[in-house]
Design a protein around this ligand. Structure first.
Ligand SMILES: C[S@@+](CC[C@H](N)C(=O)[O-])C[C@H]1O[C@@H](n2cnc3c(N)ncnc32)[C@H](O)[C@@H]1O
Ligand code: SF4
Length: 379
């Protein structure tokens, strides 16, 4: 994949270092089958960082699960730094102690740190703990420790039915009491445990609208101090810009707004899961004719999970797969609907497992076929 003529490889990489976590949030997308995958060992991650460094990747965002559950976290951070990258950490904040601050002070760890993001979902324990059980006191303690030590820290508030009516108090706690310069919001998407608890957690259309109004008021009260790439706040900001453009004829300032565009992630980001899997959904795949014949005579899925079924079959047939750079041209024809398509994707993943168990993918003769499939690096 080519990012642009300036950077042929991704600028930044999102890395899930672990599937482990000390909490069980009611909406966590990193639950169920994700936690069943095993974590890559230290040496494999260090080798991966060397490769990213050679590819001139500039930034790594370290997440999970909970990154601070890894006893080797600071060794891994040193690996990131040794390969000339900057880094950020996404955390639930509960495992951050004075010892953590001492660790950040070693070598260039502090210098190369962009920020630590702590998740806070309520202004008080009752509300925060409704989605992040028994963690408010420890999360706020971790947040305050980082802030007081002068470590760049930000907060993500995930909006749910639990905290919808607490958003104004949360903003006051974070911006006025704790004194953060800003924080960001999104909303709980029904994925992972958020799927099982959708009715309890996820915003319905009425709550979405109410959340947009509340965030609109907060944006006026705290100009420039609230950020969002998704969720009710991003929507209210986008609609306000569109309305302004409609009334005045002025062009919007947001990138790509008013035109059909693709998600910018494909041009600058790569995601790596904690078991080493890269993003399977994006990217282009090319096959030699014999390989295509063999693989596509066995496929059963014709929706989004077809990539995963194809990769599964390539692995099963012991064909080799290599990643090569390609030039991407955007198509405006595909439309993804997150809720509908995610549910379908999960159903199809289950179907692949059932088909495999039932022997549908078995070939009478299956011989290794070297150098037969080529995939683009995931976007
Ligand atoms: C997966 S967590 C990993 C980092 C850390 N354990 C934490 O909770 O911040 C990263 C962020 O994703 C958010 N998140 C998790 N599940 C989500 C979901 N289903 N919808 C929206 N955001 C979600 C969390 O609230 C958190 O801010
Ligand atoms: S959202 Fe973060 S803290 Fe909560 S269960 Fe998921 S990984 Fe753990």
């Amino acid at each position: 994949m080519t990012g642009s003529s300036l950077t042929p490889t991704p600028h930044s990489v999102d890395i899930s270092l672990t599937g482990r976590c000390n909490l069980k949030c009611t909406y966590c997308f990193y639950a169920n089958e994700m936690t069943a995958l095993s974590d890559l060992p230290t040496a494999t991650w260090l080798a991966c960082f060397e490769e990213l460094g050679r590819l001139n990747v500039m930034e790594a965002t370290l997440s999970g699960g909970e990154a601070f559950t890894r006893p080797d976290l600071f060794e891994l951070i040193d690996g990131v730094i040794a390969n000339r990258m900057r880094y950020s950490i996404l955390s639930n904040g509960t495992l951050i102690t004075d010892r953590t601050l001492e660790q950040f002070a070693v070598g260039k760890r502090r210098q190369r740190l962009n920020y630590v993001q702590v998740s806070i979902d309520g202004s008080r324990a009752k509300i925060h703990d409704a989605s992040r059980p028994k963690s408010f006191t420890r999360a706020v303690r971790g947040l305050r420790l980082l802030k007081e030590a002068g470590i760049p820290v930000t907060v993500r508030v995930t909006i749910t039915r639990h905290n919808l009516h607490d958003l104004e108090n949360i903003a006051a706690l974070l911006l006025e009491d704790i004194g953060l310069s800003s924080f960001s919001t999104n909303d709980a998407i029904p994925m992972g445990s958020g799927c099982q608890n959708e009715a309890e957690v996820a915003l319905g259309p009425r709550e979405q609208y109410e959340a947009m109004q509340i965030m609109g008021r907060l944006l006026e009260r705290y100009p420039g101090r609230l950020n969002a790439q998704a969720g009710p706040q991003a929507k209210i900001q986008m609609y306000a810009e569109m309305e302004h453009a409609r009334r005045t004829g002025e062009k919007t300032t947001r990138w790509g707004m008013g035109r059909l565009t693709a998600c910018g992630c494909t041009f600058s980001k790569l995601a790596i899961l904690h078991d080493g899997t890269r993003d399977t959904g994006c990217g282009l795949k090319a096959f030699r004719a014999e390989a295509a014949e063999k693989i596509f005579s066995l496929t059963r899925i014709d929706r989004f999970a077809f990539d995963i079924e194809v990769l599964y079959l390539v692995e099963r047939q012991r064909m080799s797969l290599s990643e090569v750079p390609v030039q991407v041209a955007n198509s405006q024809r595909t439309t993804v609907r997150v809720v509908r398509d995610t549910a379908r994707l999960l159903r199809d993943l289950l179907r692949i497992r059932v088909l495999a168990r039932n022997g549908v993918y078995d070939l009478a003769e299956s011989s290794p076929d070297p150098a037969s499939a080529v995939g683009s690096p995931a976007a």
